[in-house]
Design a protein around this ligand. Sequence first.
Ligand code: ZN
Length: 115
Amino acid sequence: MSELTGSCHCGAVQITVPGEPFQILQCNCSLCRKTGWIGGFWHPDSVQVDAKPEALRDYVQGDKTITVWHCAKCGSTTHWTPLTAPPDRMGVNMRMFEPDDWQHLPIRKVDGASL
Ligand SMILES: [Zn+2]
């Protein structure tokens, strides 16, 4: 697998992952819906986030399990990192990559709104 690099809309935040995920999770919870999130997941050690510290803003909601990051300039929701969630997984918004990088992958729909 070859690595994939994506970015937020303005380019201030670049994300590189080791390859395509085996599936993409699309969730119907309010956060995923409103941020346009579709998720690929990797171990945090294998994801490279290139951004100046001031280029990223954090958002922590509700049960405080994860920190959701977005670009301070263009507002694109780029990734999340675990807070109290298991430390071996983080999520990357696949919409930061070119459609050709992910549109062929299986999408698993998750009913997060009912949890
Ligand atoms: Zn941006």
